[in-house]
Design a protein around this ligand. Structure first.
Ligand SMILES: Nc1nc2c(ncn2[C@@H]2O[C@H](COP(=O)(O)OP(=O)(O)OP(=O)(O)O)[C@@H](O)[C@H]2O)c(=O)[nH]1
Ligand SMILES: [Mg+2]
Length: 449
């Protein structure tokens, strides 16, 4: 028997409808203690919806519908009720307090999904994809997570793990025939299979950056010397006046972030303080912030004021390219309206007037293409930090197995490495799990999921 948990499953605030969710062996009878409909909920069939009033001491709190799911046929695998009530924070609080007085308790973040996992309704990767679907910032991210939820991918990792377990078992079996010098499996074949597994895991782990882009969006930092027009470009890209523009150098001190949705991709654009030598403490702090912004940017736009000169920002561009080799650095020449130039856009070099909105559409198109290209690697699965750590562990153990074979070490040494790799793989798929792993995963969830 489990205790019964309760939480609001829809976002807090005023809305047309809200859904309060309960799960646990007593959930149906707990709701029944306050529900007045045609039938008692304890008597109704699973997967049916019932109209009625929620009553506290003969006073109607709200008119609701209650959907009843009986174990094991529910999301959590337990008896569950979903109450659709009116979307008022006061009503919701009343209903939740009432049902807590009747024996439910407030759910922890992700506790419904945790129960689904513990009852075998979802595997660990499916649990993580639930979180990814909720938090996804792009259509492709949500679709990939949904595919992952369907569970095809875990199959492949499980097969890989099984293949490695078989190799380890054969190696251990050979030890029993050590005196007879029998090879149950050729060394070359082991090496080939292990190396294939290494390549596969490396490839997966390399798609982490792309997965992050699908999850959180593609980040673009706009950097440049003061007064180059960064805030003007920021506003032009967003098509609204969001950042303050002025002719005084050092206008932007803090950084400002806004999201654009371009062709299903979420693109985060960040306007930063102009970079220069200064004694102003606030500005110095702003310039320090620029570094943290650029450090997490997938693309860095260096905005150059071409009315000063075309090579005015070359030094800055070189320094930034060296400092952030992982980012795509693009030079954009601004203020072409007030300079005599007839230059053409080329690879990673653009000519615009942020103020007169010239060349902005081309720049946007380029950004969209780059953002989409950056997620092309992701096919089956959104790799997260937990997966990356474990995949790197798998690669390390398997490399050490190959090394052991090549150095002619005995089977025990090789099979220990391979078994360690299969343990890490098992932690990815959830075939092996610990309370710590679970807590870490569920801390990303919202209450009510
Ligand atoms: N002629 C012309 N002026 C521009 C253009 N873009 C920006 N400006 C002007 O340049 C000045 C500085 O613009 P901002 O957008 O505030 O520049 P910034 O790079 O954000 O400046 P800081 O925040 O101080 O670093 C303002 O007077 C803008 O009107 C442009 O395309 N053409
Ligand atoms: Mg500015």
């Amino acid at each position: 028997m489990t205790d019964t948990i309760i939480a609001l499953a829809t976002p807090p605030g005023i809305s047309g409808l809200s859904v309060i969710r309960l799960s646990g062996s007593e959930s149906i009878s707990i709701v029944d203690s306050s529900f007045l409909g045609k039938k008692k909920l304890t008597d109704v069939a699973s997967h049916t919806i019932h109209y009625g009033n929620l009553i506290n001491h003969e006073e109607i709190i709200d008119t609701v519908t209650a959907s009843v799911f009986r174990e094991p046929h529910s999301y959590t695998g337990e008896n569950s009720v979903e109450i659709s009530c009116h979307g008022s924070p006061i009503v919701i609080q009343e209903i939740i307090s009432l049902l807590i007085r009747h024996g439910a308790r407030s759910a922890q973040p992700g506790e419904f999904t945790k129960r689904a996992f513990l009852n075998g309704k979802l595997n660990l990767m499916q649990v993580e994809s639930v979180a990814d679907i909720i938090h996804s910032n792009s259509i492709k991210g949500a679709l990939t997570a949904a595919r992952q939820l369907a569970g095809n991918f875990i199959q492949r990792l499980s097969e890989l793990r099984q293949k490695l377990l078989d190799i380890a078992s054969l190696l251990e079996l050979e030890l029993d025939f050590a005196d007879e010098d029998i090879d149950l499996i050729e060394r070359d074949r082991i090496i080939k299979q292990v190396e294939e597994s290494i390549a596969y895991c490396k490839d997966l782990s390399a798609s982490y950056k792309s997965s992050e882009i699908l999850r959180s969006g593609y980040f673009i930092g706009i950097a440049g010397y003061p007064n180059s027009g960064k805030s003007t470009l920021f506003n032009a890209l967003l098509q609204k006046t969001r950042a303050i523009v002025s002719h005084i150098p050092g206008t932007t001190r803090d950084y400002i972030e806004e999201t654009l949705y371009l062709d299903g991709m979420s693109v985060k654009i960040i306007d930063t303080a102009g970079i220069r030598e200064t004694d102003d403490v606030i500005e110095i702090e702003g310039i320090r912030l620029v570094e943290s912004v650029l450090g997490q940017s997938n693309m860095i736009i260096i905005l150059n004021d071409i009315s000063i000169s075309q090579d005015n920002s070359d030094n800055l561009k070189n320094q930034i390219s060296l400092k952030y080799p992982e980012s795509e650095v693009v030079i954009v020449h601004n203020k072409i309206d007030s300079a005599n130039c007839e230059s053409q856009n080329t690879d990673n070099i653009f000519f615009i007037s942020a103020k007169k909105a010239m060349g902005i559409d081309e720049l946007k198109l380029f950004i969209t293409e780059k953002a989409k290209l950056s997620t092309e690697r992701v096919k089956d699965i959104l790799i997260n930090q937990r997966h990356v750590t474990l995949l790197n562990q798998v690669v390390e153990e398997l490399n050490s197995a190959v090394f052991a074979i090549n150095s002619g070490l005995d089977n025990t040494a090789v099979s220990i490495d391979i078994r360690r790799a299969t343990k890490a793989l098992g932690e990815i798929t959830g075939e092996i799990w610990s309370e710590d792993v679970l807590n870490n995963i569920f801390s990303r969830f919202c209450i009510g999921k």
